[in-house]
Ligand binder design. Structure first.
Ligand code: AHR
Length: 492
């Protein structure tokens, strides 16, 4: 039997709300169609941003949003995306589908989106094909409050007051699409570029260096050795591709073997976090530098018949469980992980919402993010689990994972997942120090592993009340159905 202890009196620090961050790239139908329809669209919108998507995303309380890429960031020239829209330069989006990018969604539109979502902007600058001057001027344009060429230009473009920009990424995947650099070379470039990412007035920028791909520990070693004193965060990217990068597997038409491989690969991120953290600890024992997992998620082959460069995929209950596992792992590493950004927010990879014309559906992953938002900025409390192991291809992974936190009003939330496709997971949980009386639950699950929401059946997978638990005194026995994500809430 699985068992565990929740100890409300043992604090493990705050779970940074930014772990529930999102990522929106100029890729496929994420920005255009998914978010931006333009002010003249028949689709109801606010300043060109579609209202249905906006409202759905607002309900997630998204703390931080990364933009404009991804690979796109290192070929994006921000000056092409400001000023009157009709005059903006058209460019080819070479990474993603080779389509014409009309630059109608630029800095002002992104900042408006952040304002409407009440989210913190995280801008990713261009190192791969940009210049130091270009990056420096972007920061000046956005944040300088005074008389300067860039600030004057911003004002002429309709934004009198500077915006607040806290998070700034200096390049993206510079080991790959961001320039195919060696870590030594990028470390030097990082040092140079970040010098000109200025703190204007009281706008303090949190500088994020481009980090490793998956298990490239040498990259982390070199970056930490060479640039620790000049960065605030170091990124890490990891995707779950059940079939590997080149034949990732289908998002919907998969078998039980693929389900199990997906779960095992979702759990694998914990090993990466541990090993990269060990290197970071060597150079930064006080954990000043944050690990920023600014791209993560399950990435499959595109939906049949869609543009291969658009990365449009469906989202099933498998994705809900992957999201639950990952978020629990991030919560449990809150000492080092201060931000994570799932890829991506709309219509791309493991999306929150999917759109088709004027229609929108919420994905199972969306429901997990909504369910888990109670952990944002809550105090993590000790949860020790001793659980059964599952196995695929000689690799073991836990049947159950979880994390627990306490909100300011004393409400305790325990999130649990069951990765097992066949068996329920019975867990005996000791509840130490839990004074609040009422226990309730919510669950995301479905009877078939590839159940999903579609435009014809938009609520096939959605949160439902969960009652399969029995409390007696200081313990509770919980029965998690196969393939499920559960939130238990204790409050008065
Ligand atoms: O999220 C899709 C792409 O994956 C990003 O543009 C890139 O950074 C990563 O390889």
């Amino acid at each position: 039997m699985n068992k565990g202890i929740v100890n409300v009196d043992i604090s493990k620090g705050i779970i940074d709300k930014n772990i529930y961050g999102q990522f929106a790239e100029h890729l496929g139908r994420c920005i255009y169609e998914g978010l931006w329809v333009g002010e003249d669209s028949d689709i109801p919108n606010t300043n060109g941003i579609r209202n249905d998507v906006l409202q759905a995303l607002k309900d997630l309380s998204i703390p931080v949003l990364r933009w404009p890429g991804g690979c796109f960031a290192d070929e994006y020239h921000w000056k092409d995306g400001v000023g009157p829209r009709a005059d903006r330069k058209r460019m080819v989006n070479t990474h993603w589908g080779g389509l014409v990018e009309n630059n109608h969604f630029g800095t002002h539109e992104f900042m408006k989106l952040c304002e409407l979502l009440e989210t913190e902007p995280y801008i990713n600058g261009n190192v791969g094909s940009g210049s130091v001057q270009e990056m420096s001027e972007w920061v000046e344009y956005m944040t300088f409050d005074g008389e300067s060429p860039m600030a004057n230009w911003r004002k002429a473009n309709g934004q009198e007051k500077p915006w607040k920009v806290k998070y700034f990424g200096v390049g993206n995947e510079n080991w790959g699409c961001g320039g195919h650099m060696r870590p030594e070379y990028y470390a030097d470039l990082y040092r140079r570029f970040q010098t000109y990412v200025r703190h204007y007035g009281d706008n303090r920028i949190f500088k994020i260096a481009g980090g490793a791909n998956v298990d490239d520990y040498n990259w982390t070693e070199v970056m930490m050795r060479e640039s620790t004193h000049l960065m605030d965060g170091l990124s890490l990217h990891y995707y779950v591709h059940p079939g590997g990068f080149w034949a990732k597997g289908d998002a919907v038409r998969f078998d039980e073997q693929e389900w199990r491989v997906s779960m095992q690969k979702a759990y694998h991120i914990e090993e990466l976090i541990n090993k990269h953290s060990t290197i970071m600890d060597k150079y930064d024992p006080d954990k000043r530098i944050a690990m920023i997992v600014d791209e993560w998620g399950a990435w499959y082959d595109v939906e049949p018949g869609t543009n291969p460069g658009f990365l449009y995929q469906q989202n099933t209950v498998r994705d809900a469980v992957i999201a639950g596992i990952s978020l629990n792992i991030f919560n449990n590493h809150n000492d080092r992980i201060k931000m994570a950004n799932i890829a991506q927010m709309v219509n791309v990879i493991q999306a929150m919402v999917l759109t088709e014309g004027d229609q929108m559906i919420l994905t199972p992953t969306y429901h997990v993010f909504k369910m888990f938002k109670v952990h944002q900025n809550a105090e993590r409390i000790a949860l020790d689990l001793d659980v059964n192991k599952l196995e695929i291809d000689g690799n073991q992974y836990p049947q159950v994972n979880g994390s627990a936190s306490k909100q300011q009003d004393g409400t305790v939330n325990i999130s649990l997942t069951n990765a097992d496709i066949d068996n329920e997971a019975v867990i005996q949980l000791e509840l130490r120090g839990l004074t609040v009386a009422n226990l309730s639950g919510e669950i995301i699950t479905s009877s078939k592993m590839n159940d999903r929401n579609t435009f014809d059946n938009p609520n096939k997978v959605q949160p439902l009340p969960f009652k399969q638990f029995n409390r007696s005194g200081e313990s509770v026995q919980v029965t998690l159905p196969p393939m499920s994500v559960v939130m238990l809430t204790a409050k008065d």
